[in-house]
Write a protein that binds this ligand. Structure first.
Ligand SMILES: N[C@@H](CCC(=O)N[C@@H](CS)C(=O)NCC(=O)O)C(=O)O
Length: 203
């Protein structure tokens, strides 16, 4: 039995999307210690960082949303979602790691909420520069690895835009407003998938 711990209104949404796209049956435990202090202790037993998501699959207990998604793809995935070709999987790893090191940057997220307008502006400029890399990468293709949606798209799109963020990066940035039309179209294709709708409905 697979169990995914973490409220869908958090980074756990990325791993819930992966479970949905893979068509796996799973138990969802919507832990959210930021609203429910009594969730902190059971979560800390699963993840010493006291963060969600955490996956349990048999005797495997795994934290970090990207590690969970790559494990799920490797263990349960099949082409086209999880490509057969090792070089295509290498690209999938590349974009997945990139999304964590260049996009999901904690210091930049915090700087965006700074009361200092210069710090806030710099963080927004850095975010725009980082996401702009995706526009040429998508100029000649519908999805990051080619013609079909793969876990690379899921990992990057779900890092840019959580299911409740209305198709905008961090809920506020529309790439089309910055001439990033290939990125805007791709993000729309990803976030309008039924899996996004299903995860949006979860607790
Ligand atoms: N890099 C981690 C980040 C996980 C993370 O920051 N989770 C937040 C929710 S989005 C959390 O659990 N915070 C705990 C708290 O606020 O008490 C991952 O991708 O899994």
């Amino acid at each position: 039995m697979i169990t995914l711990h973490g409220s869908a209104k958090s980074r756990a949404s990325r791993s819930l999307l992966a479970l949905e796209e893979l068509g796996l049956s799973y138990r969802h435990v919507p832990l959210n210690p930021w609203s429910n202090p009594e969730h902190a202790e059971p979560l800390a037993r699963l993840n010493p960082n006291a963060r969600v998501p955490v996956l349990e699959d048999g005797d495997l207990v795994l934290f970090e949303s990207m590690a969970i998604n790559l494990y799920l793809g490797d263990r349960y995935g099949a082409a086209p979602l999880w490509p057969d070709d090792p070089k295509q999987r290498a690209r999938l790893y590349q974009w997945s790691v990139w999304s964590q090191t260049e996009i999901d940057v904690r210091a930049r997220h915090m700087a965006r909420f700074s009361h200092d307008p210069d710090i806030k502006r710099r963080a927004e400029e850095e975010r725009l520069a980082a996401v702009s890399i995706l526009d040429p990468a998508l100029a000649d293709r519908a999805y990051l690895l080619g013609d079909t949606f793969t876990l690379a798209d899921l990992n990057v799109a779900s890092t840019l835009c959580e299911p409740w963020e209305d198709g905008r990066i961090d809920g506020e940035l529309d790439p089309a407003d910055h001439g990033l039309d290939a990125l805007a179209d791709w993000l729309g294709r990803c976030t309008s998938r039924p899996s996004w709708e299903r995860v949006r409905a979860l607790e």
